[in-house]
Design a protein around this ligand. Structure first.
Ligand code: AMP
Length: 287
């Protein structure tokens, strides 16, 4: 496994690999890796013969009041995880390398960034779309892998790739959970023992909504109210949103008809957590 920090050097390497006819898979991460990230890497290895993982805590996707400074970083542990999985190249640029003085270009994806996390994090997806586009131009991947845990992010990236005619296959990977059901997240490290226990409320609320759905309930409001009721039973938890949206447009639905995602964001103490589950007409869901 080799480590590369300079965008130009990475670009040169990508060009060379492509020249040799190699297929490149990219897994973009912000580090502090866990099994969720590693599952993306394993999938990348299956699809391509060179696996590049980027480790970059992207400042432009954090709002001014958010946790950029405190975001957990552990590059030594990240390296040993990546070595185990068989990552070929780690791309870990500096902030200045990605956003040199005078930087002023940002990418905006419109409708699909308006709802859900876009409401409470109005500049987040502009930062995500910008950095992912830059990573795509630097690493030149044939495949890029993203987790369904960040469901809206995946929809935004797919939209952007289609709209900009980017010749990259976007692969969405299932949510990896702790044994008790909590979706893995680098931010789980922030949780106190009490918050960690109560963080399961998100999963419980999704489970309950899914059960109602399986029993024939199709009113979004009924599912949303029930999810809020469950979150409300947990004193450490404060809901940001509970929404049922069309999986393509991410607009709220009133009645569950086509493929619908139930998405939750909630604070456990000061830590903002997200989780989701896809409800389908067949009663199969992505949880
Ligand atoms: P992050 O480092 O949080 O920016 O995440 C990097 C990638 O890992 C994103 O595509 C996330 O959706 C994905 N990811 C994070 N947590 C999980 C999880 N629990 N299961 C699957 N993918 C995940």
């Amino acid at each position: 496994m080799k480590i590369i920090g300079e965008p130009h050097a990475m670009q040169g390497l990508a060009e060379e690999l492509r020249g040799q006819g190699r297929k490149i898979a990219l897994v973009p991460t912000m580090g502090c890796l866990h099994e969720g990230h590693l599952s993306l890497m394993r999938e990348g290895k299956k699809r391509a013969d060179t696996l590049v993982v980027s480790v970059f805590v992207n400042p432009t996707q954090f709002g001014p009041q958010e946790d950029l400074g405190a975001y957990p970083r552990d590059f030594e542990q990240d390296k040993s995880f990546m070595q185990e999985v068989g990552v070929d190249w780690v791309f870990c640029p500096t902030d200045k390398g990605m956003y040199p003085d005078g930087y002023q270009t940002y990418l905006t994806v419109e409708e699909v960034t308006q709802n859900l996390c876009g409401r409470s994090r109005p500049t987040h997806f502009r930062g995500v779309a910008t950095v992912v586009t830059k990573l795509f131009h630097i690493v030149k991947p044939h495949f890029a892998l993203f987790g369904k845990k960040d469901f809206q992010q995946l929809v935004v990236i797919r939209r952007m790739v289609e709209d900009l005619n980017l010749d990259i296959e976007i692969v969405g990977c299932p949510i990896v959970r702790e044994p008790d059901g909590l979706a893995m997240s680098s931010r789980n490290k922030y949780l106190s023992p009490d918050e960690r226990k109560e963080a399961l409320a998100l999963r419980k609320a999704l489970d309950r909504a899914r059960d109602l759905y399986r029993n024939g309930e199709r009113s979004a409001q009924v599912l949303v109210d029930e999810a809020h009721r469950i979150l409300g039973l947990h004193p450490c938890i404060r809901a940001d949103y509970v929404s049922l949206c069309d999986t393509g447009t991410l607009t709220d639905v009133e009645t569950i008809e086509g493929e619908t995602v139930m998405a939750i964001a909630a604070f456990a103490g000061n830590t903002r957590l997200i989780d989701n589950c896809v409800l389908t007409d067949l009663g199969k869901e992505g949880i």
